[in-house]
Design a binder for this molecule. Sequence first.
Ligand code: NAD
Length: 371
Amino acid sequence: MTGRIEWARASCRLLDAIGDEIAATRPFAGLRIGTAIHLEPKTVALLVTLQRGGAELVSTGNLATTQPDAVRYLRDQGVTVIGEPTTDAAVQQGFIREVVATRPDLLLDNGGDLFRAALETPWPGLCGGTEETTSGRAALLPLRDRLRMPLLVINDSPIKQFAENRHAVGQSVLESYLRITNRSTNGKRVTVFGYGACGKGVAACFRNAHALVSVVERDPVLRLEALLDGFAVPDRETALRAADVVITVTGARGVISAADVPLLRDGAILANAGHVPVEIAVPHEPSPAGLCPVRTGDGRRVTLLAGGQMVNLAGPRPLGNSIESMDLGFALQVRCLEAIATGAVGPEQCVVPVPRAIDESVARAFVERSI
Ligand SMILES: NC(=O)c1ccc[n+]([C@@H]2O[C@H](COP(=O)([O-])OP(=O)(O)OC[C@H]3O[C@@H](n4cnc5c(N)ncnc54)[C@H](O)[C@@H]3O)[C@@H](O)[C@H]2O)c1
């Protein structure tokens, strides 16, 4: 596994170059950064880069996705890592509170938990931070008036939207389905719930893998877009009755519930790729192989992959999104935290997208390395 961490670090060429630069400029010297993001090889590359810029790091993971080797590696590098792998939301919330209790100067959040906890016990030194996800933006937007600090949402960068959410999530969800089930996609009826950036990529990747893909999207405009992109757009009940594979990627809760289980075909496979583990809220048994039997009560075999946790990050041997896509997103992370640490972004820029100049500099750096 350490092999995978070294591979990820060496493959993050943008982070490597930024690390060389900020090792000299040290924008984070004397600053503590509290982080709550999936602890896996690519985030190790991000955290070590921040450390090279002078930051003291206090880090925890996210629910169900913490990889023990990543934790060990970070601790060896001098990062204070709080917690351990857990699928218990209350336990994970305790880890979040422990990070916040160290009163960091900056926060790097993934889902909004750190900033919400910071509002419960505010401290004067907090000067802002970043939020990685769609779900976190949705949670923090209503709190803007109370936060009143620079808070840049990485998710809303066009680079994150197309590089990670569209291209990389699609590829890694397909890879995870193949790896966990060892089943084919050819001719399978796959229904994707949600046609945002992630859903577009998931639908496209399964279609490219010769599945018969339909899309269920509650926004009528995006449903039209899915239709014009050539996908079937049945109503949800028709889709659920027909599907061999159902994938949710919406960020919403209870998209599939116990009430839907009677609709599903014998043999149906369910997977969630959205941030919240309750997009598919159906009663099921645990399975170390990630093949969790759903309780149907009538002998039909329905399987929930990875217990409904993010399938590309929580199943057995999870790889997550491609290194290149995360290198781009994490380069945005470092540049945004640097802008906040150096006072280049003011408190009026609270829960707003990445500044255009940062998007442009990261895009230029990646293209220059690719041509
Ligand atoms: N698995 C990963 O690696 C990964 C990476 C990035 C983002 N995400 C997560 O994936 C989720 C989706 O991200 P996105 O950027 O595509 O978000 P988005 O907001 O652009 O798209 C979500 C779509 O789901 C639709 N939707 C919501 N509830 C629905 C329902 N009940 N039925 C049908 N459609 C519904 C919305 O109308 C919206 O169009 C988020 O939770 C995000 O945090 C996962």
